[in-house]
Design a protein around this ligand. Structure first.
Ligand code: F6R
Length: 242
């Protein structure tokens, strides 16, 4: 695992966007996985800008969404799918056969998990993942106590996740379950980038980097990834080494 510290979120996001560009130039049919939320938002915007400006071929690349709130429709602002559509699919003209995202409103969540795992396997595994870290150390909806051996699964949300998650929505939501890729996907992804910015992430970043690898703090799994990168700004790095 490599830790990189940047002056601010803009510099960090610019670096991430360049990494993504390099990935697609080297392998135009890469399978990319994104989290939604605040952490990867600017990187996605800069990537789209650069891809358009440099006329990068995005017709072959494949995309999977890391997770989704169960019960929340793709049309709801604040759903992960809505973010991906707004950030990436619409501006780059990504076609439905190029991506697979969880449908939070399906009546068959087990099937949704199977279909996601199949899509990833059929496309040769994930080449690059961009994830965030929650205030309880989660990645995706891999909550504290997670089993590191899982593929896609449905999970009851931790209280912190359900509370913090309200920030993404325009009205109060009932957030009880999430559907998410598992840590087997993360460990087998060729590269994983965990992005965090601002002082509110300083404590969880410290624990992810300096704490023990343990299922009680899911993001500690990054320490086990041979091609894992933690990209943080100075504010998020402020407690390291103390
Ligand atoms: C969202 C996701 C979550 C977030 C995490 C951090 O798709 O997978 O695990 O990455 O909760 O959220 P932000 O980046 O909004 O601080």
């Amino acid at each position: 695992m490599v830790v990189k510290i940047f002056k601010d979120n803009e510099t960090l996001s610019n670096y991430m966007a360049d990494e993504l560009m390099q990935q697609l130039i080297a392998k135009p049919d890469s399978l990319i996985c994104f989290a939604s939320g605040n952490s990867p938002k600017r990187a996605a915007a800069l990537f789209v800008e650069k891809a358009i400006e440099k006329n990068i071929d995005t017709t072959q690349f494949k995309f999977v969404g890391l997770d989704e709130w169960v019960g929340v429709a793709s049309t709801t602002k604040g759903s992960c799918h809505h973010d991906f559509k707004e950030w990436i699919f619409d501006p780059l003209g990504i076609q439905p056969n190029q991506y697979h995202v969880f449908d939070g409103t399906t009546s068959d969540l087990a099937k949704a998990c199977r279909e996601m795992d199949e899509f990833i396997a059929q496309n040769g595994g994930i080449d690059l993942m961009i994830v965030g870290i929650g205030m309880n150390g989660h990645i995706g909806f891999n909550e504290p106590g997670v089993d590191f051996n899982q593929l896609s699964h449905v999970v009851p949300l931790d209280e912190i996740t359900a509370t913090v998650g309200q920030q993404y929505f325009e009205q109060s939501m009932e957030l009880k379950y999430g559907i998410t890729l598992g840590f087997q996907h993360l460990l087998h992804s060729q590269k994983v980038y965990l992005l965090a910015n601002s002082s509110k992430k300083a404590e969880v970043v410290k624990r992810a980097i300096e704490g023990e690898v343990d299922r009680s703090f899911p993001a500690s799994i990054m320490q086990q990834h041979t091609n894992g990168f933690i990209l943080i700004d100075e504010a998020a790095a402020s407690l390291l080494g103390s």
